[in-house]
Design a protein around this ligand. Sequence first.
Ligand code: NAD
Length: 480
Amino acid sequence: MEKVLNYIGGELVPPTSQQWLDKPEPATAELYAHVPDSDETDVQRAVEAATNAFPAWAAMPASERARLLRRVADTVRARLEAFARAESIDTGKPLSVASSVDIPRSILNLEFFADAVTQFSSEAHATDALALNYTLRSPLGVVGCISPWNLPLYLFTWKIAPALAMGNCVVAKPSEVTPMTAFLLAQVCREVGLPPGVLNIVHGLGAKVGAALSRHPDIAALSFTGSTRTGAEIARTAAPLFKKLSLEMGGKNPNVIFADCDFDEALATTVRSSFANQGQICLCGPRIFVQAPLYERFKAALVERTRALKVGDPLEPGTDQGALVSQQHFEKVMGYIDLAVQEGGRLLTGGRRAKLDGRCRNGWFVEPTLVEGLGPECRTNQEEIFGPVATLTPFEREEEVLAWANSTRYGLAASVWTKDLSRAHRFAAKLHSGIVWVNCWMLRDLRTPFGGVKDSGVGREGGHEVLRFFTEPKNVCVKL
Ligand code: NAD
């Protein structure tokens, strides 16, 4: 049985409580690791280590910090296979996805922010001929980063890399559901000589470790990615303490397909945007709206492509769909499929537990599922399912589908498919969404602002937005 350890003050340590959580492998439902069940005491130690490390780390030239981050990135790259395998086993996602998406993007996050910090500069301007204003941007101090299970190392590095690059020290909490690659990263950080205390990783439950971070008086800012419910709880705790907050939360994204789209591209991408990572990506587009003239043709082709997806052992090369991340999440998704049927939905394909043979016979696999016949206001189309379940709805007019697209409490991302350029721009501008993809999906440029509106988030990650988030600006006004 593998044992995950905390990383505090440069050391790999067990939790003070000596209590451990069980960690099953989603593809087999068998226990394979123990995770620290850490608590406030471990968080306190981590904050102290980070506080001690902060002055030297903040004073280090940005280029030196960047060099260390690049060394971390290089070492992860050298071990890409081991990281990808660990991510696949921990999450149930296909190894092919972990090795082509999760781990390469994690490396890129580290490299991107290592580069970005060396090119970051603050603002200055003259107030007519009266004065010169310039803004000093200093690191905040000790910051907390809390990440979810769906893209474990990818989202973990997306937060810690900019925080560290800007000279902050970090206490990070990966999801207790998928701790393994953060543990491997801790080992890399030790090996490459990241100064002790600069990055600390405390594993454990949200209600213990996450809550302790949210209320810790010496943590200046919290960067969180996860569910809207948890984000609200963190905000309730942290807001009266005046912590800076960045919250990246849930989504129920629309995928709007006009009749004049490029059919093949829209189809192939819709298969991905519905089912990539078993539908467990906050950017997935599970509400598929197709304009009436194209509806039947698109539906038939999508059903065929969906049926062709191979649900299988995540470690096998031919697998398209792996397991859902946990039994609890599996039950939630299956509950939503039942709800879709109760609400009057017709299953076009899928809808059942996928039964596998051999080592995966007890794993938490769900058939990729398409449902039609539901209105945009029903719970199935309003609540985040976060699994391989998408609905198809025909529409006639642009205004109608715009209203439906905007009708949920969420507003993270949207896709629009059309060859009509004016419509694409007009529609993109009217969507209540932090991110709009026109004729594509998940085409990422790390310089762009990333985040959601409404209940999907507060603040933006990515590029200079996140570098600014991890600084305290001070304006200096000099009279001329
Ligand atoms: P979650 O909210 O259950 O957990 C996220 C993290 O918060 C975990 O590390 C968890 O331990 C911690 N946590 C739980 N309770 C806490 C508390 N009371 N205080 C502090 N921390 C606490 O989310 P999840 O199930 O791990 O992830 C799935 C969710 O994440 C989905 O809603 C998905 O849309 C969202 N997500 C959003 C984005 C984005 O960029 N907007 C990206 C990925 C995932």
